[in-house]
Design a protein around this ligand. Structure first.
Ligand SMILES: Cc1cc2nc3c(=O)[nH]c(=O)nc-3n(C[C@H](O)[C@H](O)[C@H](O)COP(=O)(O)OP(=O)(O)OC[C@H]3O[C@@H](n4cnc5c(N)ncnc54)[C@H](O)[C@@H]3O)c2cc1C
Length: 680
């Protein structure tokens, strides 16, 4: 059967939901001033900071999370290091480090702004109860509990943290997110009592769409979503919104297969909503071609940062050679990617590792055994046999805690394979790609920066700090573009920056009364269409999972991941793509987008899964269109353009930007000039 042409751009087919087959949800309308979408690190920062600035004018703040804020977002499982703490370093150097790791193109203003605010967030975390490692009097490390018991000074009072790298500090962080969320929830409660609303924290509510305003077509009036537990649709009307719903995972076929598919590096619940919601509202994207391909312990996706930085561990090819020092690889890389190679950033290290893998010199080995032997010897040499062994044992326990804190699955995998990393090396592997604008990634929205940094060009600063090109729609954390390496602390700090400027925006625009262009019934018809499609057609086949009239979210995901993987530089092509592959992949993705009008859900969880897939489709499409537009290989080791396998600074040292038209489904691509505000 010929597929019907979807004339509605990226919207679901009109006829789909008249609630003839599925039950209409209860519709709850909620009015607020500042709406926070996401309950992760950034929005927790916004809730905390926003409450202070909202108090004088009694402004209402509301936070929504698809999960429960105590354990939601990328920090859910806990972390063992805070990766951005400036401390004794300078913000200028932080800018240089971030820019170098992201191959020369970042927004110095945003990075500097974050650097000058981030330490205050970390010091607050410690005050709220997060144990932070400190240097002992003997120069050795004390974990957070030992330091607390020994009465070591807090960071704010001049305590010296244990650094695992120049910018990272060690923590006992299993409960990191719960601690940060507690402060955010407390702040929201203060705001709720002051403003007299019944509720201002909505958990287990999944936001599907932002709807435009009826009177001001540039602005968004409402965020609309549904409860994943009961039959309720929510319309949140707000004068300003902070969007911080994280990046996108599972757009590409993962290395884990079958029942292992739930394993990924990026949190599986950050499904591209951050990008999709902003794109659909018309916010301009930047550097969406960028992605993150972290090298992690194979299969468990366990973190390697502490091993590399703190335990001074080396990675080698299977012959024990340092592939990052291979003269042949380096010469070839310099010819293609020039001066960026010697910066030895994340992408280049990946690139050199891939060279070794392609030559059959894998598996790539993390020499955890050698690192532990060296540490043991050093401790015994310096402290004597008994004390040295005791200290080394404690450190080994900390190494295990590193995994139990933030990736318990890795510890399980080692136990299951009878591997003791202190005695045996372990394999590492570059993962499938993820889209995010933090960590060693910078894909996100083009936002206005601060106004007070000398040398900032006008096109970096046109409005309120961290406001997107849609007035009143602010971005933070993993989706604020061109400014990576925020990590957990920086995302919290950015959330605080954003809340303050969003409140200034609300106060400067007092007459705006959010009025969604669509009626509640129209919104409900769109959101609940997958229920109607399912109920209408489910008896057509004997197995409701397989049916010619609809597609279940799991199948849709399989198709999406296959397209991403095979055409847009996933693992199966060693991250290689080209104009012809991108063109074919985009053709197939367009068909998938059309077919998404037939998504079907049999329960609330599947309804969420349907919309998650839809958000992934949009995120992946933006990613592919940006890769196609940038005719060079800016991020070798993350992806390669086989037809433009070089860096071309003369033409492409620019920000690539795009806007998405929800009515036509079309992207408009452009570039913006890049400037180093701080010299190299
Ligand atoms: C595996 C991993 C390891 C990391 N390790 C470290 C580390 O060691 N140290 C460090 O400092 N940083 C680390 N980071 C970085 C840090 O965790 C992130 O940069 C930070 O959490 C980003 O904050 P955010 O608020 O943008 O996103 P998140 O904290 O991920 O929050 C996103 C929120 O949006 C919600 N959400 C998503 N979609 C919707 C929707 N449609 N509707 C409603 N809510 C939605 C989610 O439930 C979540 O609450 C790590 C990140 C990852 C992924």
């Amino acid at each position: 059967m010929k597929p019907e042409k979807n004339k509605e751009g990226d919207k679901m087919e009109k006829e789909t939901c008249t609630f003839s087959y599925c039950e209409k949800p209860e519709i709850v309308e909620h009015d607020t001033d500042l709406l926070l979408i996401g309950g992760g690190m950034a929005c927790c920062g916004s809730a905390y900071e926003g409450t202070k600035w909202a108090a004088a004018d009694n402004l209402k703040i509301t936070m929504i999370d698809k999960a429960a804020a105590d354990r939601s977002g990328a920090v859910a499982m806990g972390l063992s290091a805070i990766n951005t703490y400036i401390g004794e370093n300078t913000c200028e150097d932080y800018v240089r480090y971030v820019r170098a790791d992201l191959m020369g193109i970042t927004r110095d203003d945003l990075v500097y702004d974050l650097g000058r605010h981030v330490d205050d967030s970390v010091q607050l975390f410690e005050e709220w109860g997060l144990p932070i490692w400190k240097k002992g009097d003997d120069g050795f490390s004390m974990d957070g509990f030992q330091a607390g018991a020994a009465g070591k000074a807090s960071l704010r009072d001049g305590g010296t943290p244990v650094r695992s790298g120049k910018w990272q500090i060690m923590i006992n962080g299993e409960s990191y997110k719960a601690i940060v969320a507690e402060a955010a929830k407390k702040a929201l409660e203060i705001n709720r009592e002051a403003t007299g609303v019944d509720q201002n924290l909505f958990e287990r509510v999944f936001i599907v769409r932002l709807f435009k305003d009826a009177n001001d077509p540039k602005r968004v009036a409402a965020a609309v979503g549904f409860s994943v537990r009961e039959n309720k649709m929510y319309i949140f009307k707000a004068k300003a919104m902070v969007l911080a719903a994280g990046g996108a995972v599972n757009c590409f076929r993962p290395r884990s297969v079958a029942e292992g598919q739930g394993r990924a590096w990026y949190p599986v619940w950050n499904s591209g909503s951050g990008y999709a919601l902003g794109m659909q509202a018309g916010a301009e994207l930047t550097l969406m071609e960028n992605r993150m391909v972290p090298a992690r312990f194979k299969d468990g996706y366990g973190p390697v940062g502490a091993w590399f930085l703190f335990f001074k561990c080396k990675a080698t090819n299977s012959l024990g050679e340092d592939y990052c020092a291979d003269e042949g690889y380096l010469k070839d890389a310099r010819e293609k990617y020039g001066k960026y190679v010697d910066g030895m950033g994340t992408t280049i290290r990946n690139h050199l590792m891939l060279n070794a893998m392609k030559e059959g010199k894998g598996p790539i080995m993390m020499r955890t055994d050698l690192a532990m032997q060296t540490i043991n010897k050093k401790f015994i040499d310096e402290l004597g046999e008994k004390e040295g062994k005791k200290k080394a044992k404690h450190l080994e326990a900390e190494a295990w805690e590193d995994f139990l804190d933030m990736c318990i699955g890795q510890a399980g995998l080692w136990a299951g394979k009878s591997v003791d990393p202190a005695k045996e090396h372990s394999e590492i592997m570059p993962t499938e790609p993820y889209l995010l604008g933090s960590h060693a990634g910078c894909a996100g929205f083009w936002c206005s920066g601060p106004s007070d940094i000398p040398g900032t060009p006008d096109h970096y600063h046109w409005g309120y700090n961290r406001m997107s090109t849609v007035p009143g729609l602010f971005m933070a954390g993993d989706i604020c573009g061109a400014s990576g390496h925020k990590f957990s602390s920086g995302s919290h700090a950015e959330g605080r920056i954003v809340a303050k400027s969003a409140i200034a925006f609300i106060l400067d625009n007092p007459d705006f009364v959010p009025t969604p262009r669509k009626t509640a019934d129209e919104m409900a018809a769109e959101l609940y269409a997958p229920f109607e499609v399912y109920e209408k057609n489910k008896t057509y086949s004997t197995d409701p999972e397989v049916n010619p009239h609809y597609i279940k979210p799991q199948m849709l995901q399989a198709r999406l991941q296959k397209i991403g993987d095979e055409y847009f530089a996933g693992i199966s092509t060693y991250y290689m793509t080209s104009e012809t592959m991108l063109a074919e992949g985009l053709k197939q993705l367009t068909l998938l987008k059309e077919d998404s009008a037939k998504m079907a859900a049999s329960n609330y969880h599947e309804l969420m899964r349907c919309w998650e897939q839809y958000h992934r489709i949009l995120s992946l499409e933006a990613h592919a269109r940006h890769i196609r537009y940038r005719e060079e290989t800016r991020y070798p080791g993350y992806y390669y353009r086989g037809d433009f396998n070089f860096i071309d600074d003369d033409k492409w040292k620019v920000f690539t930007c795009s806007t998405y038209d929800i009515e036509t489904g079309e992207f408009t691509m452009s570039t913006r000039e890049h400037k180093n505000i701080f010299p190299d």
